[in-house]
Design a protein around this ligand. Sequence first.
Ligand code: G3I
Length: 333
Amino acid sequence: MKNAFNRKEEKLWKLYDGLFKIGAAVDEDKLPQYDDLLDNFNSLSPENQMKPCIIHPEKDVFDFAAADSLVNYAKEHSKAVRGHTLIWHNQNPDWIFNDKEAAYTSSDYVKIMENHIGTIMDRYRDSVFSWDVVNEILSDGNELLRDTNWKNAIGDTYVEKALCFAREANPKAELFINDYNIEYGEKSDKAIEYITSLKNKGVPIDGFGIQGHYRIYFPPLEEIRNFFRKLSKLDVKVQITELDVSMYRYEDNTRLAEPSIIMIDKQRYYYEELFKIYKEYRDIIGSVTFWGVADDYTWLDDFPVENRKDWPLLFDVNHKRKPAFDSICKLVC
Ligand code: G3I
C-alpha cells in the first residue's frame, strides 16, 4: 500500500509504475517551460516534431533536429518515447500531395510511404517503443476508411501497407492505429471489425491508440468501460495517446474567464472514473499519455473555438496540481 501521494516529491508515474506508463505530449521547444512538471511522466510524445511537415520537409530531405532534441531529452531523463505519427491526412509537407509537376503514380506513393516510414523508424529504432503508424484513418461517416490523400493515392490497402513497412522497419516496436471517438457509437463497431479483419489477414498490428479527447460532459463513462470490455476479449493492446478533458461541450461557443468550482469537480470526477477503468483494464493498457502538461498551453485553446481558453489537464495554469491530479493519485495509494 502506497500512502505518500501527498508528499510533494511523489511523482505520478511512480504511483502508476507496474500498471502502465504515464506520458505527456510536449513540443521540444516547450521542454524548459515544463521542466518543473515533466518528472511526473515516464513517457513523452512529440506533439508535432515527428509529423511529416516537420520531419520530412522535402522529398529527399529529412530534418530530425527537433525530434532528436525531444528524444535526447527523454533519454537523458530515462523516459520512453511514443512515436506520433507516421501516416496522417494532416500536417503533410506540400511536396507529397501538392506538387502538380511531380505527378506521382500510385506505385510512387507506395515507395514514398516505405521510405518515409523506414527512414524515421530506423533512426529511432532504439529510442521509440511504439508508433502511431496511421492516424485517424476511420471515417466518421458511413464508409469504413476516411477519404484522404493517402487513400486516394494508394487505395484502401494503404493502411495495411503502412503497417507492413513499419513492422519491417523495426520488428520490436509496437504498432498502433490511433484514432478518436472509437469508444462509442458506430465508429466503435467499425474500429473493432476493422482491427479484427487486419489481424485475420495477418497484417502486423498490435492495437489501438485511443486518443481520449473528452469533455466533462461526454462521452458517458459507461460507454468507455463497455469499449474496454469488448477490447479485452480481442487479442489487442491499447495505449491512451492524447488524453484531455475539456471544460466545454463540443457545441458550446461561449468563453469562460475561468472554470467554476463545479466544473473543476466534474473534471476531477471524470478523470477519477476514467482511471478506475484504466486500472481495471491494466492488462491490455500499456500507457496513458496526456495531450499536454499543464493548462497554460493546450491545443484546445484553439479548438473548436479559436483563441478561447480551456483547462483540460491535471496541472493548472500556474503548474499547481488540480483536484483531478489528487484523485487519480489516491486511486493507487
Ligand atoms: O509552427 C508554426 C509557427 O511557426 C507559426 O507561427 C504558428 C502560427 O499559427 O503555427 C505553428 O504551427 C502550429 C503547430 O500546431 C505547432 O504549434 C499549427 O498552426 C497548428 O495547426 C498545429 O496544431 C497541431 C494540430 O495537431 C494540427 O492538426 C497541434 O499543436 C497538435 O496538438 C495537434 O495534435 C493532434 C494530434 O496530432 C492528432 N490528434 C488530434 C490532436 C489535436 O488536434
